[in-house]
Structures are given as structure tokens and as C-alpha cells.
Design a protein around this ligand. Structure first.
Ligand code: VGL
Ligand code: ZN
Length: 189
């Protein structure tokens, strides 16, 4: 892990993707070592608070019968049901009091892997004067990937915190990092 305090400068935000119980061991769509991102992200969150860098946290928040679920023809087991324990942030994640929550995956007709997908997040970040997204969370090869690529498309710089993310599938994670790099993301260990 890079030294968190040294990472942040003005016009940055910390963007924490989907660090929810269902994506951690014991959850409905468990990611290997998904919970290992929590202590790492906590250090970045603390550094962000100290440096007055805003923290945004996305959460996957699906209605019952969501199109992304296998029973409805989708790819995933039922996960992150609205208001369920599985949809809550990991209990050890130090969600800042003024952290901004970005809720996605609520649409009935489509999935939203990217935190930018029809959430208005780009509008909000531009409004807040943000130029760079420092990104970590779950899953590296799904929502972190989609969010990172969209962030770049929206004109933000993107720095991926490798130590603060884990993939559903290891090879998918490696591909995701290469894709983000190819589009201009900076990857730090
Ligand atoms: C995610 C699979 C299904 C994620 C969300 O947050 O990466 N993955 N829904
Ligand atoms: Zn989902």
C-alpha cells in the first residue's frame, strides 16, 4: 500500500465501490478476500478526512427479482437486496459521517455496474470541483472496472488502489487493470 496521506491532493475524491456484506466472505456473492479491502480502505478514508478530501461510497441496491439475478435471466445469484443485511456496508468499514452514498442497481429494466450509470454522479463530482477519482472496492472486474472506465470517459483522472480491490475472478481482475491502464488510469500498489 502506498502512503495514503501522500496520495491525496486538492480536487481529489476517494471513491469506494460496493464494500458490502454480500460481496465479502459469508455473503451471497462472496469475493475471495473481499473483506481484505476494508482495513486498507479505512486508512485511505482516514487520510481523506485529514486532508479534507471528500469520500463517495457506492452501494449495489437491488429490488427483489432484479434483472441481474439468475432467476430473472441475469448472471448473478440474488445479492444486495434493498435494506437487507447483505446490502449494508461491511461493519468494519469506517464510513465517514459526511460520506456521500451513491445508490445503484435499483433500476428494474437493467443493471448498473458503473456508479456513473444514470446516477448523476458525474454531475455531482463536477459540481464539487473534483478532477481525480482515487478508486478502490469491489469487485475489481465488475463494478470497479465499469466505474473506472466511465470515470475516465467523463473526463476525470482515475487512480486505482490495487491493494484496496479484489476481483470475482482473478483473471478478470488482471484484465480489468489492463483495460483501465489502457484508457489512462494510474495504478498504484
Ligand atoms: C457487482 C456483481 C453483481 C459489483 C454488483 O459490485 O462489482 N458485481 N453486482
Ligand atoms: Zn449487483
Amino acid at each position: 500500500m502506498a502512503e495514503p496521506e501522500a496520495i491525496f491532493t486538492g480536487n481529489d475524491c476517494l471513491l469506494v465501490i460496493d464494500v458490502q456484506n454480500d460481496f465479502c466472505p459469508g455473503g451471497k456473492l462472496p469475493i475471495d478476500e473481499g473483506d481484505a479491502v476494508v482495513p486498507v480502505l479505512n486508512r485511505y478514508i482516514e487520510a481523506a478526512i485529514n486532508k479534507h478530501v471528500p469520500v463517495y461510497l457506492s452501494r449495489d441496491f437491488h429490488p427483489v427479482g432484479h434483472v441481474s439475478f439468475r432467476d430473472a435471466g441475469g448472471q448473478w445469484p440474488v445479492h444486495c437486496l434493498q435494506d437487507s443485511d447483505g446490502a449494508r456496508f461491511h461493519p468494519d468499514l469506517k464510513v465517514p459521517e459526511n460520506g456521500v452514498i451513491v445508490t445503484k442497481g435499483v433500476r428494474f429494466d437493467m443493471d448498473q455496474n458503473s456508479a456513473f450509470d444514470q446516477t448523476g454522479l458525474a454531475y455531482q463530482l463536477h459540481n464539487d470541483g473534483i478532477q481525480r477519482l482515487v478508486v478502490g472496492g469491489l469487485a475489481q472486474d465488475v463494478c470497479v472496472l465499469a466505474t473506472g472506465l466511465d470515470g475516465l470517459k467523463e473526463g476525470f483522472e482515475v487512480t486505482l488502489l490495487l491493494s484496496a480491490t479484489r476481483p470475482v475472478i482473478p483473471e478478470g481482475g488482471r484484465d480489468a487493470v489492463e483495460k483501465m491502464k489502457a484508457e489512462g488510469a494510474v495504478v498504484i500498489p
